[in-house]
Design a protein around this ligand. Structure first.
Ligand code: PLP
Length: 372
């Protein structure tokens, strides 16, 4: 947490997950019924925690340069608050949202700046995830400007924490350790097969979790509240609001301390991938940005994912379809849905830490035949 406190200069609250922090921030700064502008492309659970907070998700048009909100096509007068995604570490145009309640999801953007200022310091709150750059398996940090907000948020967090256990803590440390070892040894395929056999991967319909519309409607009668939405918000992290003990905290601190040491390797990977003709244009805006993933835009994305897996590289963080196609009854639809659909269909996020390993496959990939 020290790293994030120093980087942001903000007061930081430790959490079992980023998603719990986003919920807390939305409840703290927004009122139920308010309209929240958000990207159509983010992790499944984000939409559900917005609904849990009693907010109306207004789906923004997406910029195909970076996969974030296309500010030029947004009517900011029609919304009360904004949630940015900073997809794969590429910055949303946070200054454009000045005057609105702004909550920054910086799960992917732990090391990203905008104009020399760290992401997560533009809005009322920045929420980090320790399972991304640090690879700690789980954990989140909420960074806020004012100590009085921190105190209120800590109180709200404690009211939502469930009981943890030593066994769950050990499991949550052993699994990312095993994943890292498998990655280091280039044994991703057996690790994937094993995790599927052990049921460690959530059942999915395509790339999204099942919506279960009838149950969702029933749960939404009880919002604003998080527990009724647990079955959706937890997605692939069932312990997302479990109290964590010293083993987990030790591992998180250890992994976070590695982040600055891994920076040079990450940036080298970004530079290598930025040379590909398929790279998303905004990646080239700043070749010193240590992205979480480097988005490529490719013709047959799903075939590329399968080919990478054959080469021992697994692809995660695919969010397809956009929220307003996935859950039309629960969102206010984007007035320009085309670019988001195009992006969701074609994006291939590549881990810059393992760029060399992916390159033989990536070199062969072509740009999409159509344009957004
Ligand atoms: C963009 C984004 N935001 C938030 C989250 C949630 O992070 P956590 O697993 O720490 O709750 C994820 C997880 O994949 C994500 O991709």
């Amino acid at each position: 947490m020290k790293y994030i406190a120093e980087r942001t200069g903000r007061h930081c609250l430790s959490l079992p997950s980023n998603r719990l922090g986003l919920y807390l921030a939305l409840r703290h700064w927004c009122l139920p019924g308010q309209r929240l502008l958000m990207s159509p492309i983010s992790a499944d659970e984000i939409l559900f925690l917005v609904l849990a907070a009693g907010l109306r998700p207004v789906i923004a048009p997406l910029s195909p340069r970076d996969g974030n909100i296309d500010v030029s096509r947004v009517d900011l007068d029609a919304v009360d608050a904004v949630l940015t995604t900073n997809l794969y570490g590429l910055p949303d145009d946070a200054p454009a949202f000045a005057g609105k309640i702004l909550i920054e999801d910086v799960a992917h953007a732990l090391e990203s700046d905008l104009g020399g200022r760290p992401l997560g310091t533009f809005g009322q709150a920045g929420v980090f995830s320790l399972s991304k750059h640090p690879g700690a398996g789980s954990g989140g940090v909420l960074a806020v400007e004012r100590e009085s907000d921190l105190r209120a948020l800590a109180y709200a967090r404690d009211a939502l924490l469930t009981r943890g256990s030593m066994l769950a803590d050990l499991w949550s440390v052993v699994t990312p350790m095993a994943r890292r070892t498998a990655l280091g040894l280039n044994r991703v395929r057996p690790a994937l097969v094993l995790s599927r056999l052990l049921g460690l991967q959530e059942e999915r319909q395509g790339f999204r979790i099942a919506l279960r519309e009838r149950e969702l409607r029933r749960a939404l009668k009880r919002v604003p509240a998080l527990p009724p939405l647990d079955p959706w918000v937890r997605a692939d992290l069932h312990d997302y609001r479990a109290r964590r003990g010293p083993v987990v905290r030790w591992y998180q601190a250890r992994r976070l301390a590695e982040v600055p040491r891994e920076r040079a390797r990450r940036v080298a990977g970004v530079r290598l991938l930025a040379g590909l003709p398929t790279v998303a244009p905004a990646v080239r805006d700043d070749l010193d940005r240590p992205l979480f993933r480097v988005p490529l835009l490719v013709r047959d994305r799903d075939a590329a994912v399968a080919e990478l897996e054959r080469h021992g590289v697994s692809t995660g963080y695919l969010y397809d379809p956009p929220y307003d196609d996935y859950a039309p009854a629960f969102t206010e639809r984007s007035p320009h849905p085309g670019p988001a659909r195009w992006w969701a269909r074609h994006v291939l996020p590549v881990d810059p830490m393992y760029a060399e390993r992916s390159l033989p496959v990536l070199h062969r990939l072509e740009r999409p035949a159509d344009s957004p």
